[in-house]
Design a protein around this ligand. Sequence first.
Ligand code: UTP
Length: 226
Amino acid sequence: MKVVFALGGSVVMPREGDVENIRKYAEVFKSIKDIGHDICIVVGGGYIARKYISIAREFTNEAFCDEIGILATRMNSMLLIAALGNYSVKKVPENFKEAEMILNLNKIVVMGGTHPAHTTDAVAASLAEYIDADLLVIATNVDGVYDRDPRKYKDAKKIKHLTTKELVEITKSSSIAAGSSSIVDPLASKIIDRAKLRTVVIRGTPEEIMNVIENRHNGTLIVPGE
Ligand code: UTP
């Protein structure tokens, strides 16, 4: 199976970040590769992106803040590449052609952002479309898609199944400001819908990432449809 992961920066590099955390993610992705799957990982910017963006915003516009965010996603990607050793290559692709070339070398692709005004979720969805992936996995800090933000509302309900059109409806009012943290970027939702991508949204722990591959995750499954 060809799988693209959108790996939230806040899960792989929480605040300080630590060696063991990165090691655990590298190990799970190596195991998935060993079973025979082709994988691409699009890493988010997490804490360092938000920190840098919040300072830069005092001086400049959103587009330049986005460029800073993109650099943060590439820094996080390089850490994961370092931990993956020979399973990957020491290059963070900056576009999908470079990513596809690395995939064709039978290596794990690890990349960050590409252009301003979207998030790594949108990059992952576009990459999944570009390489005809069988599955897109959005591994984030919430355990699925809820009817409203579970970090703000205690009575928010998790939705186990959604169609791609329903996902577009749920996410269309989300913010696209630099560093924004909605569960799925509205642009990513539109790409998922147009590309008819089978998608899973999960809490991005190493265990749950393996559960997706073994088809027993606890997140939200999104299937093409009205
Ligand atoms: P993300 O918002 O994708 O990071 O990128 P993230 O870490 O996934 O967020 P969490 O951890 O899941 O919560 C960080 C910022 O970088 C810019 C945007 O400003 C984005 O908010 N960015 C990223 C782009 O402008 N373009 C990209 O292609 C990627």
